[in-house]
Write a protein that binds this ligand. Structure first.
Ligand SMILES: [Zn+2]
Length: 95
């Protein structure tokens, strides 16, 4: 962690925002990052779609209530303020 700022798909990066960040994390390291557990048990998130509080336990996760897709990039996963929301109605690639 911490040295992977330039190996993602073109366009996105760990400091992107919104859906660009979500897709960057989703695709990073051929998908190895998205299901990796966030250190210290996860981040206390609040759904940016419906307002439901939930714990983001992996770098890409969904709101348990509305399914809204949220993600945080590994270099920024120490602060819930860095969680990015893909937008209402967004579906992950392949779903
Ligand atoms: Zn929600």
């Amino acid at each position: 962690m911490g040295s992977c700022g330039s190996c993602g798909p073109a366009g996105g990066g760990p400091f992107s925002e919104g859906v660009e960040l979500v897709e960057f994390v989703y695709c990073a390291h051929d998908g190895a990052v998205r299901n990796a557990p966030i250190p210290d048990g996860g981040l206390n998130a609040k759904c940016q779609g419906c307002g439901e509080p939930f714990v983001l336990k992996t770098f890409v996760g969904k709101c348990p209530k509305c399914g809204g897709v949220h993600a945080v990039s590994p270099p920024r996963c120490d602060d819930p303020a860095n969680i990015q929301f893909a937008g209402k109605g967004y579906k992950l690639p392949g779903e």
